[in-house]
Design a protein around this ligand. Structure first.
Ligand code: CTP
Ligand code: CA
Length: 226
């Protein structure tokens, strides 16, 4: 359940949110992915919905419930995510790229199940996936573009670099601390950076509380950055 306060600060606004992992198949039954549950993205979607926004959630295979009242487009691979996100982007007032995108995919996925006989070592060739957020940065007109990054070191400087390189308006940086913050836990420690150089430092919070805090802050930034 998503227990949310409500105000109507996003009434009439369209919010596009990507969430969860992407999955890259090596053969028909095996894939590369990461441990994103989708909890942060779904919490953001619920918080935006509770503030009156019309929400489109595009998500890879997630292990949490999709919040009610949001439109949901399921995807599997990074290329699926790219196509769906580019299709929805023009309509959005705010776009939050929270998906944990796989950076690489198998260069030549096997159409048939890979067999182990005769192969003591298996070498996979991987190709870098397109950077969807950078593409959105190039295409944006009046959208407030928000990236997310999860880092285990140099968190704020890496977030600042990505904000600039991908031409975002806002970058949320999460601290990955196994068992405490980030993936596979209910809590997140985050910093919110904007393109004017302001950095907010939030304490370790429950992901649903953090989602509400971030959405309320984006409402403020929507009026002062745009
Ligand atoms: N992202 C994206 N497309 C990719 C990779 C990342 O749109 N192929 C987006 C993520 O959804 C996120 C932001 O870019 O909003 C930052 O992702 P992150 O993985 O931290 O950045 P990378 O540029 O992939 O750098 P790194 O080498 O640290 O993984
Ligand atoms: Ca990455």
């Amino acid at each position: 359940y998503y227990f949310l306060g409500s105000n109507r600060s996003l009434e009439g606004k369209r919010v596009l949110i990507t969430s969860g992992p992407t999955r890259e198949y090596l053969d028909p039954i095996r894939y590369l992915t990461n441990s994103s549950s989708g909890l942060m993205g779904c919490s953001l979607a619920a918080a935006a919905r509770a503030r009156g926004a019309s929400v489109m959630l595009i998500g890879g295979p997630m292990s949490v419930r999709i919040p009610s009242g949001v439109d949901y487009l399921p995807i599997i691979s990074t290329q699926d995510l790219e196509k769906a996100t580019l299709e929805q982007f023009d309509k959005a007032d705010i776009c939050i790229m929270n998906a944990a995108v796989a950076d690489y995919r198998p260069s030549i996925p096997s159409p048939a199940k890979i067999k182990k006989q005769g192969k003591n070592e298996l070498v996979l060739n991987l190709t870098q996936n397109p950077d969807i957020l950078s593409e959105l940065g190039r295409r944006k007109v009046s959208q407030l573009l928000v990236g997310f990054c999860a880092e285990d070191r140099d968190i704020v400087s890496e977030a600042r670099r990505k904000l600039r390189q991908k031409d975002c308006d806002v970058m949320v940086a999460n601290h990955i601390l196994p068992g405490e913050s980030g993936f596979e836990v209910n809590n997140n420690k985050a910093w919110v950076l904007d393109k004017n150089g302001v950095t907010l430092d939030f304490p370790l919070m429950d992901k649903m509380d953090l989602a509400e805090t971030i959405i309320d802050h984006l409402v403020v930034l929507l009026s002062c950055l745009k």
